[in-house]
Design a protein around this ligand. Structure first.
Ligand SMILES: Nc1ncnc2c1ncn2[C@@H]1O[C@H](COP(=O)(O)OP(=O)(O)OP(=O)(O)O)[C@@H](O)[C@H]1O
Ligand SMILES: Nc1ccn([C@H]2C[C@H](O)[C@@H](COP(=O)(O)O)O2)c(=O)n1
Length: 250
């Protein structure tokens, strides 16, 4: 029964896979010893509970931690994500950027389809976007991600839940709330400053806003019902917005 004295209980190690496995093995050996030395059901249950807690902690430690980042076109999602990356070390994955990269690959079988969706402000089928996101997550070798501009519609949500639901721990949804007029002006300014984006023009923006209101807002409402949405007033300056954002990560 010496192993009981050696049990590690440091809170900062909870979630660390090595620590968790060690406690599971210690718990198992204790149960094994107990079954030979005592018939006390209460003590046996106590150790089984510890093992279960260890298993739960191991499962959580092996999942990706993600924050979905949503808001209208030009609300400032990318701008705030780079500040979060600098201060809190998350990996920023923008669904739009990944799709633009895929579109630019010579010979990509999805290039044309992606371009049509981007120009029309409609949403690329989830199988493509989800596989780009999962690949980027795996390739990074990291566990904490900001997933920017996703899920944007019901198809995104369902496809993600099916493919990734069990592999991630969704911490919350960061929602940048910004009126359409402010968003429009920011995107037009971004276009005028040479973003090179084929959708920073009034015609595409109208379609993007339609998609945002009709397809993305219901997704935000879906997460609101689960109390997962953290709403930020995105109309202020980037630094002022970040003052609110950083409180959520501290
Ligand atoms: N708080 C802010 N105040 C003024 N301008 C901002 C603010 N945040 C971002 N911008 C500017 O607005 C433009 C859009 O910002 P950003 O690219 O971060 O938005 P986004 O939500 O990621 O857009 P999209 O969804 O279209 O990719 C950029 O030119 C950026 O510099
Ligand atoms: N989940 C997503 C995200 C983006 N797209 C396409 C369609 C968008 O208009 C475009 C630009 O995205 P942004 O950079 O503004 O986030 O990319 C998509 O189809 N699905």
């Amino acid at each position: 029964m010496q192993s009981m004295c050696k049990r590690e209980t440091e809170p900062h190690l909870v979630g660390n896979p090595v620590y968790t496995w060690r406690n599971i093995l210690l718990g198992l050996s204790e149960v094994h010893c107990l079954s030979r030395q005592t018939t006390s059901e209460t003590t046996g249950c106590m150790f089984l509970n510890r093992i279960l807690r260890g298993v739960q902690s191991l499962i959580m430690a092996s999942k990706y931690n993600i924050v979905f980042v949503l808001g209208g076109p030009g609300a400032g999602k990318g701008t705030q994500c780079s500040k979060i990356v600098d201060k809190f070390g998350f990996i920023h994955l923008s669904a739009g950027d990944l799709l633009r990269e895929e579109r630019a690959k010579p010979g990509s079988e999805y290039g044309e389809l992606i371009e049509n969706h981007i120009k029309n402000g409609t949403i690329v089928p989830v199988e493509i976007t989800c596989s780009l996101l999962e690949r980027a997550m795996k390739d990074s070798g990291k566990m904490d991600f900001l997933i920017d501009g996703f899920p944007r519609n019901q198809n995104n949500l369902e496809g993600w839940n099916k493919e990734m639901g069990e592999k991630v721990n969704l911490k919350f949804v960061l929602f940048f709330n910004c009126p359409l007029e402010v968003c429009t002006q920011r995107c037009l300014d971004r276009g005028a400053a040479g973003s090179g984006r084929s959708d920073d023009n009034l015609e595409s923006l109208k379609k993007r806003f339609d998609t945002y209101m009709n397809a993305t807002m219901p997704i935000i409402e879906h997460y609101e019902e689960q109390d997962l949405v953290r709403k930020i007033d995105a109309t202020r300056s980037p630094d002022e917005v970040f003052e609110d954002v950083e409180k959520l990560f501290s």
